[in-house]
Every structure is written in C-alpha cells, then in structure tokens.
Design a binder for this molecule. Structure first.
Ligand code: PGA
Length: 248
C-alpha cells in the first residue's frame, strides 16, 4: 500500500501560535491512516519537531541547498534539517523554480542532497497556464519529472507533488479528468523508470486543495494525498482535508 500523505506547506507564513494549533491535528488509526506533515519556515522547524513528539504530525522543510556545508550565506543544508529531527524537504516548488530560477538540474541535486541526509524529498512538478493551454502538457510534465528526479528513487525517500502553477493560491483546480490523466501519466513514468518501486512512490496533488474539493480529488486512483498551502494555515481548514484522505 502506498503512503497517504497530507503535507502542509506554510510558505513564508505562520508563527509559534500556529505551531501550537497544528500540533492538535489528528490522523485517525489503522493501516490507512494518513501521514501528516507540516513544513514551516526554517526558524520554526526545531520548535515544530519538539511539539510533534508523541503527535502524528511530522515536520519538513520547504527547501535546502544542494551542498552539505560551505560558503553559502543565507542557505540551509539537508544534514542541518536532518540534525534537528525533521523528516522531509520540499524541493522544486514552483515558487523556487520561478522566483529563484531553479532548474531541473538544481532540483535533482537538491533531491540527492536530501536523500544523502536520510530524508524524504517531496519533489514538485507542474505546468504553467500557457503550457496547459498548449497541446503537449503531459509531455512537458513528464520531461520535468524525469529531469528533476535522480536515479535510484524509492518509495521511502521520494514523494512526487503535481502542482499546476495556475492552480496554486488561485482557487482554481483542474478538472478531475485532468488530475486523473496527469497522475496516471506520472505513475506510468515512475513505473517505467523505477519498476515495482515506481508503483509504490506516492504522488500528491497540490493547488487550491481545500475541505470542499479534497474528497473528490482523492477519488483519483493515483492521487495519494495533497500538498496544501493556504488551507494548511488553520487546523479547522487542514483537519477536514486529512479526514477526507483517511476516508478515501
Ligand atoms: P495552495 O498552495 O494550496 O495555497 O494553492 C499549494 C502549494 O503551493 O503547495
């Protein structure tokens, strides 16, 4: 069975009060209980790890540098994130690709650094609106997936997040058919490249996921959870998404 994951990407939002609030999230019981992950900004990571002790909430970072250490003022390395007890790192979010000029090769190097530190990489891919309106969206996403993902991927160290850029923070979501088509393609690419392991790698959907659309999105056979931005900033918004994943 693939891991079900509800991951909250705080982006550059939140404070210590929000950490306290999100420590109250619950995941249910049993084999199909989803994993919960919150990814706050770096200054809150250590506090988040302390609060998550004994709760079902895991902690991840939103980015890392590809090197383990060095003269990189302002950057944070994957071993540092591992040392404070976090479990995962988001790499390749479109806000990093677009706002910080990160290429597929940069993201691949970051994912390798995350793995070398013993953490899970949540690797984001997704098309722009212009690309979606063109005829070769699936080819573009497949190329991005293949160029960003290092060799040797396995289900315990890689999660893919498909996030159409035009759906992030906009309240717009693809149709269920578009989500199904894209996630099926991603699954096929993963199986083609990584064999049985590719069948077990979780693939999240992200982009304007909220309580009102989560259950429908989770009906798609190759959607294993969600990467949630805005709706992860309040327990009252995030908990129903976790519950919908549990029920899926
Ligand atoms: P959103 O963001 O849920 O606010 O659309 C998702 C993301 O960027 O990961």
């Amino acid at each position: 069975m693939r891991r079900k994951l509800a991951a909250g990407n705080w982006k550059m939002n939140g404070d210590a009060d929000l950490l306290d609030e999100l420590a109250t999230l619950t995941a249910g019981q049993g084999d199909d209980a989803p994993e919960i992950l919150i990814c706050p900004p770096y200054p809150f990571l250590a506090h988040a790890v302390a609060l998550s002790d004994g709760s079902p909430v895991g902690v991840g970072a939103q980015d890392c540098h590809a090197s383990a250490s060095g003269a990189f003022t302002g950057d944070v390395s994957a071993p540092m994130i591992a040392e404070i007890g976090a479990q995962a790192v988001i790499v390749g979010h479109s806000e990093r690709r677009q706002g910080h000029g990160e290429s597929d090769a940069d993201i691949r190097a970051k994912a390798e650094a995350v793995w070398a530190a013993g953490l899970t990489a949540i690797l984001c891919i997704g098309e722009s609106e212009e690309e979606r309106l063109g005829n070769n969206t699936l080819d573009i996403i497949a190329a991005q997936l293949n160029a960003s993902t290092p060799n040797g991927a396995s289900a315990d160290k890689l999660v893919i997040a498909y996030e159409p850029i035009w759906a992030i923070g906009t309240g717009r979501v693809p149709t269920l058919e578009q989500i199904i088509e894209t996630h099926d393609m991603i699954r096929n690419e993963l199986i083609e490249r990584f064999g049985n392991e590719g069948a077990m790698i979780s693939v999240l959907y992200g982009g304007s996921v909220k309580a009102s659309n989560a259950a429908e999105i989770f009906t798609a056979r190759n959607v294993d959870g969600a990467l949630v931005g805005g709706a992860s900033l309040k327990a009252a918004d995030f908990q129903p998404i976790i519950d919908a994943l549990q029920a899926s």
